[in-house]
Design a protein around this ligand. Structure first.
Ligand SMILES: [Zn+2]
Length: 139
């Protein structure tokens, strides 16, 4: 029996095929149309990525990482930190977590960002003249 014959027979028997996708809270089930089954299996990364709402390259990187999100901070010696930030079960969650820092760098980055924002606020702060010449209100 060829694959095409099998699919035709499955359609006659009203059989259907589902794929179980890990989500951050368990699993989500998506059905795969029988007429697209061969294409789905042959280009599974592309189709699974689409079900997650991400692109194929992101899905491949997720698989390579085994779901581990790495810290993207640069250490003082110039190396990438690479500490594990989280372990994601779902590919879309893994994509959303990219760019996050480990506990150690989160504190440092927050401080640096605050200093940066403060410096920008001070830079754009217009020179404000007091509403009255000093001494007027207190006299
Ligand atoms: Zn780090």
């Amino acid at each position: 029996m060829t694959a095409e014959d099998l699919i035709e027979r499955m359609q006659e028997l009203r059989m259907y095929v589902c794929i179980s996708l890990p989500t951050d809270g368990g699993y989500r089930t998506e059905s795969v149309e029988l007429e697209h089954l061969i294409e789905f299996v042959e280009r599974s990364h592309k189709h699974i990525a689409a079900l997650y709402g991400i692109n194929e390259q992101q899905y491949r990187k997720f698989l390579e990482s085994k779901g581990i999100v790495r810290c993207t901070a640069i250490c003082q010696d110039g190396r990438d930190c690479g500490n594990s930030v989280a372990e994601c079960w779902a590919a879309d969650e893994w994509v959303q977590m990219q760019g996050k820092f480990c506990a150690q760098h989160r504190r440092r980055e927050t401080r640096r960002r605050k200093r940066h924002e403060q410096a920008q606020t001070e830079a754009v702060q217009p020179e404000t003249d007091p509403p009255f010449p000093s001494g007027v209100l207190n006299s």
